[in-house]
Design a protein around this ligand. Sequence first.
Ligand code: GUN
Length: 170
Amino acid sequence: MSLTLSQLNQFSAPEFVRVIGPVFEHSPWIAAATWGKKPFADLKSLHRALCETVKNAAEEKQFALICAHPDLVGRAALAGTLTRESTGEQASAELNNLSSEEIELFQRQNAAYKSKFDFPFVICARLNKKAAILAGFERRLKNSRAEEVKTALEEIFKIAELRLHDLIAD
Ligand code: GUN
C-alpha cells in the first residue's frame, strides 16, 4: 500500500492510528498521541513528531515500548507468531535460516542481555546482518542500563523510519 502524505494529513484519528500505529511495535498509543500534530509537511516531520511523542512520554511508557519488541530469533520468531513487520525485519537480517548452534547463541545472548538490563535487545534488524547483530550484543552488554535505554530508543526510531518509508510515498 502506498499512501501520500496529503491523504494521511486528512485522516481521522482512528484511520491515522490504524495506518501509522504499526510503525511502532505493539504501541499504537504513539500514533494516537501524534495525530493532533498534523498536518505534516514531509515524511521527516512526521517521523520527528512521532519520535518526539516517545521522547516526551513517561519513562514507563518508553520502557513498555522497548519491551514490546520481540527477541531476535526468540520464541515468537521460531514459532512464526511475529507481526508482519517483524517477520520481514528478521528475515532481512538473515535470521530466518540459522543453524541450531547459531539459534542457541542468539538465545544465550538474548538471555544475558535481558538478565542484565531487564528488557529485550533492540537493534534495527534491517540495517544489520547476523554478524553485526552478534557484535552488537558483545559490545552493548558492557554498557550501562541508561546507555542501553537510549540506544534501544534510537534503534526503535530507525525501525520506525524504515517502516514509515514502506507506508508512505515520498
Ligand atoms: N527486536 C530487535 N530488533 C528488532 C527489529 O529490528 N525489529 C523488531 N520488530 N524487533 C526487533
